[in-house]
Structure formats: structure tokens, C-alpha cells
Design a protein around this ligand. Structure first.
Ligand SMILES: [Zn+2]
Length: 307
């Protein structure tokens, strides 16, 4: 099969899902075209959209669920249209330096990542983008899009509820990177927050719709599958924390926790994996210390408190 044959377009109501290769597997993703009677939007234009650039319809606006490399990879195809994102992520579009601050990588790793974001993901700065906030409602003509702020993955990460009628079946929720993958929630960046992510999982669970779409992995699913996958996804957080408590049955340092691996599988991996593991499990450690479930028994060494 050619590249284009593995990138399916599927229509659902006024939404056309531009699936990335292999169902939107990273570095690609599943982008949306939302067509109202007055306006057409493209949401999270991915590398899969870049591959389709000769065949795209005219769009009026670009809307980003958050400011991450794979979600903004096609923004540069629309230099004359407004770009929209949540007010908390807007600064990421201003410059490559501002964009890098979202990830907060160790100095040694940043130059290579900076280069990838430009060379592979076409990062293109824009001085000013349009900012939206939680609850904002846009009318595209017979179709509305409501913003639901769901921080945790990044500060401004937002889900979008597309509606084209009054019934639940006439609603689609775009989940962005609440991707329901077997990997589980990603909160490994400087702009990530574990507890915000947990709150956001509860927020999206309460959004009733006929269909749910994530940017990667699961694609388009119904309510029943969504609930099932969301619960499994949320459980990954609980399992990571329980595994950490178990590992701290003798005093360990954060370096040892990172080397043991709770988010990623053990074994050789690029250095960036250690950085993500450190940030993610550091958040679990901080929370366990605050809840007196772990104590610092000597400087930099942590031990689980017997229940
Ligand atoms: Zn992301």
C-alpha cells in the first residue's frame, strides 16, 4: 500500500476525520475538518495533513487542541488563516524558545529536539494567535464547537465538543492527547501536571456524545468503548503509583526510580525517556510525600511508610 492508501478519510456528521498513517500513530495523528454552513475549520493539522496538502479544501481557521509538535505540524500550510488555541498554550506559538519551554528538556537534549521540531514537524512561529478559554462556544453555521479546558498533558490542553443538533448522537468529542492508549496518560513535560490530568479525565468522562475521537491510537469510538478505554487509561496512573510504592519498600533515590522505569518499559532507550520518566515519577513521589505515604529517610532517599 502507498502512504496515502493507509491514511483514511472518514465522515461523521459535519466532521471529516483525516486519519494519520496507521490509525494516527505518532508522529502522525488524526486531524479533523469541521464543516459548518458558514465556516470550515481544520483541527490539529498533523503530518498526515501535510501529506495531503495538495488535496485539502479551503479552510477558514486552524484550531489546535494544544501546542505540541505533532498537533501543529500542518499549521504552516495555512499562513493566511487565524490560528486558535487555549490561552494557556498560546505563548508556545510565539517563538521556538517559548515552544521549547513547554517541554522543559535537560540542556543536553534540547538542541536535537529543537531541530526535530523544525525539520520534521515544520514548527513555524507566529507572533499572535487567537486565544480561547474554557466554555467558549463557536458557531460555524448549523454546527457549534465548545471548548472544554482539560489541562494536565499541557497547561492549555482542551477537548472540543462538536454538535450539529440537539441529540447526544449529534455530538462528537475530540479528545486530543487524552488518547486512551495502552501507554496511558502522558504528563512528562514541564507544562504537564498529574493532578490536573486526573481532574481532566473526570471532566471528559462527563461529556456525553455519540462519538469520541482521539488524536492517536483508538480513533473513532462510541460511548461504551470510550468509557471502557477511559477507565483503563485512568487506571495506568493508579498502577504506576502503586508500583512506585511497592518499589520503595527499601530506601531508593530518584535516580534509581528513573532507572527502574515505571512509565516506560525497562531496557535501552533514548536519553529523552529518562527525562520523561524523571518528571512523571517525580510528580508521583511529590504527591506520595505530601500524603505521608512515603518519607525521605535520608537526603534524597525515599521509603514507603508501612500502611
Ligand atoms: Zn501532546
Amino acid at each position: 500500500m502507498s502512504d496515502t492508501e493507509t491514511r483514511e478519510d472518514r465522515r461523521h456528521g459535519p466532521v471529516t476525520i483525516l486519519f494519520g498513517k496507521d490509525g494516527g500513530k505518532y508522529p502522525e495523528g488524526n486531524s479533523l475538518l469541521v464543516e459548518g454552513s458558514r465556516e470550515t475549520w481544520i483541527v490539529d493539522p498533523s503530518l498526515g495533513v501535510v501529506a495531503r496538502k495538495e488535496a485539502l479544501p479551503r479552510v477558514d481557521r486552524v484550531v489546535n487542541s494544544h501546542c505540541h509538535e505533532d498537533h501543529v505540524a500542518g499549521n504552516h500550510l495555512f499562513p493566511d488563516q487565524p490560528w486558535h488555541c487555549h490561552e494557556a498554550d498560546a505563548v508556545g506559538f510565539r517563538s521556538l524558545d517559548d515552544f521549547m519551554a513547554i517541554y522543559g528538556l535537560p540542556e543536553a537534549l534540547e538542541p536535537a529536539w529543537r531541530k526535530s521540531c523544525v525539520d520534521l514537524f515544520h514548527y513555524t512561529p507566529r507572533e499572535e494567535v487567537e486565544r480561547f478559554a474554557d466554555g467558549d462556544l463557536f458557531d460555524l453555521g448549523d454546527v457549534t464547537v465548545r471548548v472544554v479546558h482539560t489541562p494536565g498533558h499541557t497547561r492549555g490542553h482542551s477537548a472540543l465538543v462538536v454538535a450539529w443538533g440537539d441529540s447526544v448522537e449529534e455530538r462528537l468529542v475530540f479528545l486530543g492527547d487524552i488518547d486512551l492508549s495502552s501507554f496511558g496518560p502522558y504528563y512528562g513535560d514541564a507544562w504537564s501536571d498529574l493532578e490536573d490530568f486526573e481532574r481532566s479525565l473526570r471532566t471528559v468522562r462527563a461529556l456525553e456524545a455519540g462519538a469520541y475521537l482521539s488524536f492517536h491510537h483508538i480513533g473513532l469510538v462510541d460511548r461504551v468503548t470510550f468509557e471502557e478505554r477511559l477507565d483503563r487509561f485512568a487506571t495506568k496512573i493508579v498502577l504506576r503509583e502503586a508500583a512506585l510504592v511497592e518499589y520503595l519498600d527499601e530506601p531508593r533515590s530518584l535516580d534509581e526510580i528513573v532507572a527502574h522505569r515505571f512509565v516506560y518499559r525497562p531496557g535501552p532507550a533514548p536519553a529523552i525517556v529518562d527525562a520523561i520518566e524523571r518528571r512523571s515519577m517525580g510528580m508521583h513521589l511529590t504527591r506520595l510525600l505530601a500524603r505521608d505515604r512515603v518519607e525521605e529517610v535520608e537526603p534524597g532517599r525515599y521509603l514507603a511508610v508501612e500502611a
